[in-house]
Design a protein. Sequence first.
Length: 225
Amino acid sequence: MTLHPYWHPLDEAFTQLADPTVAEGAAAYMKYISVFYGIKAPERRLALGHFLKENSTPDINKLEEISLSAWTHPQREMQYAAMEVLFKVRKKTAAGHIHLLEQLIVTKSWWDTIDYIAPHLVSSHFERYPEQRDTVVTRWMESGNIWLQRSCLLFQLKAKKHTDSQLLFSLIEQLSDHKEFFIRKAIGWVLREYAKTNPGAVIEFVETHDLSGLSRREALKHLEK
């Protein structure tokens, strides 16, 4: 899939801002999972803001096509831009857009995209279409795909007092013996965040469950200070 014409002005702007030194540093930091234009986040977001002022957000009926075309683009910053555009239109998306989010999660998967999509886009989608949550979460958990499973853990990352702790603890129990670093790290991260709202529940859960050392350390990091 070639880059959709919607993105052409942004591609031109990003190309003008590209810095090979920054690009190499970003690629190395991201374990060379992608190439980069080489644009620092503030400049990238400023360019995206100018782009949206000139071009607005996409027609919602073309959102899937436009988003997926950004996902085929070599430079990672185009995927970041697509995620941020999706966030801007999150209140207009349809129930069926969960399939788009799933496709983005399992394509060019790495922690940088998952850690934006799950707590910003998946969480918003489930807020708007709560009837989908349990079915989708079950399917993702059973998929065996670590990025879908990480998304199940992290979509409640920013939920605070609205966290469904029963669901969260159940998911952690299912994944607690997982050997994958990105799952163990996510378990600790989401517990650490929830501890800011309900420290007692997190302490009790950690003390009564066999979690990996990484998950346990991350969960209790701020509580032990």
